[in-house]
Design a protein. Structure first.
Length: 314
């Protein structure tokens, strides 16, 4: 059975809120060439704009935005051009069913009152997260996180190689003889390699680092010393390879634009944890259900154990 630490639970809470956070699209664009203006870009619509009526009830642009937040996963794979119409249909159904529920008196029950309070708290939590936490994450903070990442980056040796893959040792030996006689490596790869991914590209595998290839192939590839060197036939689970070294280099940290979204999440998680800890300071929480209290205590103990182990090692 999976055990959830309080830190993991906090991460899951953040994941539930993340749709309300601003993205770093603008951050990434700052360092890129300016995009050409697009005539198709729609103008912003005011939240109070009425987009439809169901009887006497109005559906506004804000309602569409709220529905988009709630149904983010449902519309994620939907073409952007179809989302607003889909959300409007959902809201129309919602208005009709809500009216039927009121007529049936469902809005007068104690359970509905409890649900309404829950939904109010959820909406306020989301608003606080968006306005007081996520909106405070700046480009400067994310770039500082990137600078820290670059400072800690450990370069690795990468090689650019090509290979010819065949089924038997006899085929590999024959190709090795051809290559020693001056045959073109890329031409033979296109004609004879059984690797469907690289064969059509002259055997080109691009750059890779250690740990990305099967051991036998990796050992032989990284043993090649100079660009242009070609290995003897090497057997792996896929067959027999003849490998050509194209280039060696040290890996470089990715550009800011590539990792900005992940770094934003890291900063957001840190700010989120700090803000929740600040809000919880001085707040008394009394868990009256014994089983729930025991489960939460177990989660807190599981989260504290790794932290104590790390402190002992320092």
């Amino acid at each position: 059975m999976m055990k959830f630490s309080s830190r993991l639970m906090r991460t899951l809470c953040l994941a539930a809120l993340i749709g309300a956070a601003p993205t770093l699209g603008a951050f990434a664009q700052d360092a890129a060439a300016p995009a050409a203006p697009t005539a198709e870009a729609p103008a912003p619509v005011a939240p109070e704009t009425v987009v439809a009526k169901v009887g006497d009830d109005e559906i506004t642009e804000a309602d569409l935005n709220f529905a988009a937040e709630d149904l983010a996963q449902d519309i994620a794979q939907m073409p952007a051009s179809e989302r607003r119409a889909f959300l409007l249909r959902v809201l129309i159904d919602m208005k009709v069913m809500a009216g039927a529920a009121k007529t049936a008196g469902m809005d007068q029950t104690p359970l509905f009152a409890q649900r309404l309070e829950y939904l109010k708290d959820r909406a306020l939590r989301r608003a606080y997260f968006a306005d007081a936490i996520a909106a405070g994450v700046t480009e400067e903070q994310v770039r500082a996180e990137y600078d820290k990442y670059v400072a800690q980056f450990q370069p690795q040796e990468e090689i650019h190689a090509a290979h010819i893959l065949v089924e038997t040792k006899e085929e590999a030996d024959a190709i090795e003889t051809e290559l020693k006689g001056g045959a073109d490596f890329a031409t033979i790869a296109k004609e004879k390699s059984i690797d469907p991914g690289s064969g059509a590209n002259g055997g080109d595998l691009g750059f890779f680092s250690k740990g990305m290839m099967v051991p036998e192939f990796e050992t032989a590839a990284f043993a090649l010393a100079n660009p242009g060197d070609i290995s003897a036939p090497v057997q792996s689970q896929f067959g027999f390879h003849i490998i050509k070294l194209e280039e060696k280099r040290e890996s470089q940290p990715p550009a800011f634009e590539q990792v900005a979204p992940q770094l934003q999440q890291q900063v957001l998680m840190r700010v989120f944890n700090e803000k929740v800890a600040e809000l919880m300071n001085g707040v008394t929480v009394d868990v009256t259900d014994p089983e729930l209290k025991a489960a939460m205590d177990a989660q807190d103990a599981a989260a504290a154990a790794p932290a104590e182990g790390e402190a002992a090692q320092q």
